[in-house]
Design a protein around this ligand. Structure first.
Ligand code: HT7
Ligand code: ZN
Length: 871
């Protein structure tokens, strides 16, 4: 496979001004006729017209009406190249494709009874011959022809301009999108879909029609997404001054989908799981996720569609910025501190390990084989953190000015992350040259902080040292610009006034580090304070300060910053689990520290804290974070230590968990509000601990809650708690009941599968049984994610000492390689921390990766990920 480098970027020799596309859907095949209006790019001397195209049978090609024969062009697996002597030309093609056999779910494919497309990143080349690269922006006219009974609804980007009947029971619809766009934003849908309508009036008074299309059995599940969409539209006007541009905005739900959703211009296509919701079938987390994804895709209309990426190395330009935007949206809609905590948990669980292993790459990568492999936590989540730091450094007003400038200056263009940063520099007058290392250097910086107090002079000194470990292809790193939001706590837990000559902004409480070592002197300090550092997680770094357990417990109780209170408890858990794990390994008697247990009791009983914050503070770090925190992973010891901490918390505070569970019972109808979701989450966690204490009354309570729950959050909490316990008869009874009741509801069946694959004590054999179940379908990514990815993330089971978990997942990767390489390649990442395990598992995981690499006909997707993992 060929590696593509950022340094080789060149504009194309020809632009496309307009494309006229006709897609004729037949029972056995689909014919695609396309006419491109081409314009020579004067900046490029070459006259090569390069058109990408794969998996298409050519019927006819023509240039300016003249048929082309094979000797007129060069063809390789991915493209066709011909010489075009004219500056203005028209290229035409008629090709044949077979969407019903397209299991890759890229290009045009069949999803249940409908046909739909997914073109990002390079799927358009599976539909027609085209310069399938994001810097080629054209207006599109799309005509779809299909059988009227089977496909009564025909959709494409933009506005409907024509429709009518054809012979033999067929009909057509023509759509025109007036906004020039890259091919990755093309979309079309043909199906028998039901539709729900609404409207949104923009702040300038334009009425926009909103439509959600779903398969008829899901018609009752769209209201929440519609409401979310309207909230997102209003928020983008209020916060960024961005109005929607077309008169129509459509969302379509598809059951077969590789990711969450896709921001195609005017026609977003969603994974059904990311759009369909009712209280009875979706839990609170799902509601929040749907609201965030609907908003994310909508926000792309400006950050991605109107202003797009010059090349795929710039992916974070649209994704990092849009994740930042959707995260702020959720913070504004719900609870800011809780949202920040959830985002940081995700970052630490997914992005930090990525940055700490063979898959590490910069936010703006330098090279790739398969761009689908770069839709990563680094490009998305770390990219969002980078934008957040710019926001922190320049402040909200200048950030808004910078984004206004960016949208105005680059509207209708394909640009780079440098262009984005340049706008922020221009409006703020701040030089962000050094800051841009966040885009080009991989790895998570470490910031080690030490302190010194001089009571004679009243000076308190903090010394910050930053370093960044080597990552693949990057041995040495230059220092980063690191904004550290901070405070100093006195003995009563109050913030001291800060006096310092350092680069500290009193309005934002942000200290900015630029050097490898920075000494900061605070004057007028009468007693040694406790520093509260990296408040709100102001930079994606690993900060280390040598707190005692008592100091962490003090911060957990007193810090004015909600995020740091949570983080102090997390450090206590982490320290306890890692310490006990090490003790176990050394054959020592492991004890749960009393500072931790006392802190847990005080949080559980602290009614000044919202239930949602209490849930976050009472939740232990997961294995992804624990594994990432040690040099060498000893699974048995980590598992034993984590279980011991849970057990101690559960048994010692059994009465607290019981009274919390009972006291937090819901009253009235389900409401998706931050307060209600918080209450349900704390009740769910309390029930889980209560059940872990082994109290029979907890099992009875859970069974009762399961049967009488009026919503899926409570029902799911009850079932998950039961699955975490030891009453196997009750587990079987409830699982059977669940399937019987909900087998016709796809979203519920997906939850049924994933609750089992992520339950404790599930083994590889159970997973094999689950894959034999009629509910499983290897061609459906949601089912694969529910069963296989769920199991692979179920650390206790996946890393079972026999290695059967590894074999099972490797076998699935081999099978998926030929069906859906994108999904197969994602599964490979599960093995990427193999080198950090103790020798036995390390050897098993390495040999599993080698087996995968030896798979015949390995796709470039899986090849790239496996090769990188093995390095
Ligand atoms: N921009 C989209 C990314 C994407 C994708 C979506 C669905 C299926 C395959 C895909 N490949 C890339 C989604 C987003 O970030 O908004
Ligand atoms: Zn996105």
């Amino acid at each position: 496979p060929k590696t593509i480098y950022l340094k080789d970027y060149q504009e194309p020799a020809f632009w496309v001004e307009h494309i006229d596309l006709t897609v004729r859907i037949f029972e056995t095949h689909t014919d695609v006729e396309s006419h491109l209006t081409l314009k020579k790019n004067p900046n490029i001397a070459s006259r090569d017209l390069v058109l990408n195209g794969v998996d298409q049978d050519i019927i006819e090609l023509a240039l300016d009406g003249q048929p082309l024969t094979q000797s007129d062009y060069r063809r390789d697996e991915e493209s066709l190249t011909l010489t075009c002597d004219r500056d203005d030309a028209r290229f035409s093609s008629l090709t044949r494709i077979r969407p019903q056999d397209n299991t890759s779910l890229e290009g045009l494919y069949q999803s249940g009874s409908m046909y739909c497309t997914q073109c990002e990143a390079e799927g358009f080349r599976k539909i027609t011959f085209y310069p399938d690269r994001p810097d080629v922006m054209a207006t599109f006219t799309t005509r779809i022809e299909a059988d009227q009974t089977r496909f009564p609804v025909l959709l494409a980007n933009g506005n409907p301009v024509d429709s009518g009947e054809l012979d033999e029971g067929r009909h057509f619809a023509t759509w025109n999108d007036p906004f020039p766009k890259p091919s990755y934003l093309f979309a079309m849908v043909a199906g028998n879909l039901s539709r729900k309508d609404d409207t949104f009036t923009t702040r300038s008074g334009r009425e926009v029609a909103l439509r959600i299309f779903v398969e008829p059995q899901n018609a009752h599940k769209v209201d929440f997404a519609l409401e979310s969409l309207k909230k997102a539209m209003r928020w983008d006007e209020d916060t960024y001054g961005r109005e929607y541009d077309l008169d129509l905005f459509m969302i379509v739900a598809s059951d077969y989908f590789n990711m969450g959703a896709m921001e195609n211009k005017g026609l977003n296509i969603f994974n059904s799981a990311a759009v369909l919701a009712t209280p009875d079938t979706s839990n609170d987390l799902r509601f929040e996720r749907i609201e965030a994804i609907v908003a994310h895709e909508y926000f792309h209309n400006w950050s991605g569609n109107r202003v797009t990426c010059r090349d795929w190395f710039q992916l974070s330009l649209k994704e990092g910025f849009t994740v930042f935007r959707d995260s702020e949206f959720t913070a504004d809609m719900h609870d800011r501190a809780v949202k920040r905590i959830h985002d940081v948990v995700d970052l630490r669980a997914a992005q930090f390990p990525e940055d700490n292993g063979p898959m590490a790459h910069p936010v703006r990568p330098d090279s790739y084989i398969e761009i689908n492999n770069f839709y990563t936590a680094t490009v998305y989540e770390k990219g969002a953190e980078v934008v957040r730091m710019i926001h922190t450094l320049v402040g909200p007003e200048l950030f808004r000015k910078g984004s206004d400038l960016y949208f105005e200056r680059f509207d209708g263009q394909a640009v780079t992350t440098d262009d984005f940063v340049a706008c922020m520099e221009e409006v703020s007058g701040r030089d962000l040259t050094q800051f841009k290392r966040w885009y080009t250097q991989a790895g998570t910086p470490r910031v080690t902080v030490t302190d010194h107090f001089d009571s004679d002079t009243g000076e308190y000194r903090l010394t910050f040292r930053q370093s960044c470990p080597p990552t693949p292809g990057q041995r040495e790193k230059d220092s980063f610009v690191i904004p550290i939001k901070m405070g100093l706590l006195d003995a009563d837990g109050n913030d001291l006034p800060i006096r310092t000559d350092a680069d500290y902004n009193p309005d934002t409480q942000v200290l900015t580090l630029t050097d490898t070592e920075t000494r900061v002197v605070f004057s007028g300090v009468n007693e040694k304070p406790i520093p509260s550092l990296l408040r709100d997680f102001s930079a994606p770094v690993r900060l280390q300060f040598d707190y005692s357990d008592e100091q962490l417990a003090f911060l957990a109780k007193n810090d004015a910053n909600g995020f740091n209170r949570w983080d102090a408890v997390q450090q206590l858990y982490l320290r306890a689990i890692l310490g006990m794990s090490e003790d176990e390994r050394m054959g020592k008697n492991a004890q749960v520290p009393s500072a931790l247990l006392d802190t847990v009791a005080s949080i559980a009983g602290d009614t000044e804290l919202t239930p949602a914050i209490r849930t976050a503070m009472l939740s232990l770090p997961g294995y992804a974070i624990l594994k990432d925190a040690v040099d060498e992973i000893y699974m048995e010891n980590l598992v034993a230590a984590r279980k011991a901490v849970i057990n101690a918390i559960a048994t010692r505070y059994r009465d607290i968990w019981r009274s919390l569970t009972e006291g937090l019972a819901g009253r009235g109808d389900y409401e998706f509000t931050a307060a209600e979701a918080g209450r349900r989450s704390l009740q769910g966690l309390a029930l889980w601990y209560w059940l872990k204490s082994g109290d029979q009354a907890a099992f009875d309570f859970a069974a009762d809650l399961y049967h009488h729950a009026g919503n899926q959050t409570d029902r799911g909490n009850a079932l998950r708690a039961v699955l975490a316990g030891e009453d196997h008869a009750l587990q079987d009874e409830l699982l059977e009941h669940f399937y019987e009741r909900w087998q016709d509801d796809t979203q519920m069946v997906e939850q049924w599968l994933s609750m089992q694959s992520s339950a404790p004590n599930i083994g590889a054999a159970d997973i094999e049984n689950l894959m034999e179940h009629q509910a499983f379908d290897i061609k459906n990514p949601n089912k694969v994610r529910s069963v296989i990815a769920g199991f692979a993330m179920n650390v206790e089971s996946f890393h079972d000492e026999t290695g059967q978990g590894y074999e099972l997942v490797a076998d699935m990767i081999g099978r998926l390689n030929g069906i859906n390489p994108q999904i197969a390649a994602r599964l490979v990442t599960i093995f990427s921390d193999w080198k950090r395990f103790e020798p036995k598992r390390r050897a098993m995981m390495e040999s599993t990766l080698k087996t995968i690499l030896a798979t015949p006909n390995l796709s470039p997707d899986v090849f790239e990920m496996t090769e990188r993992a093995l390095k």
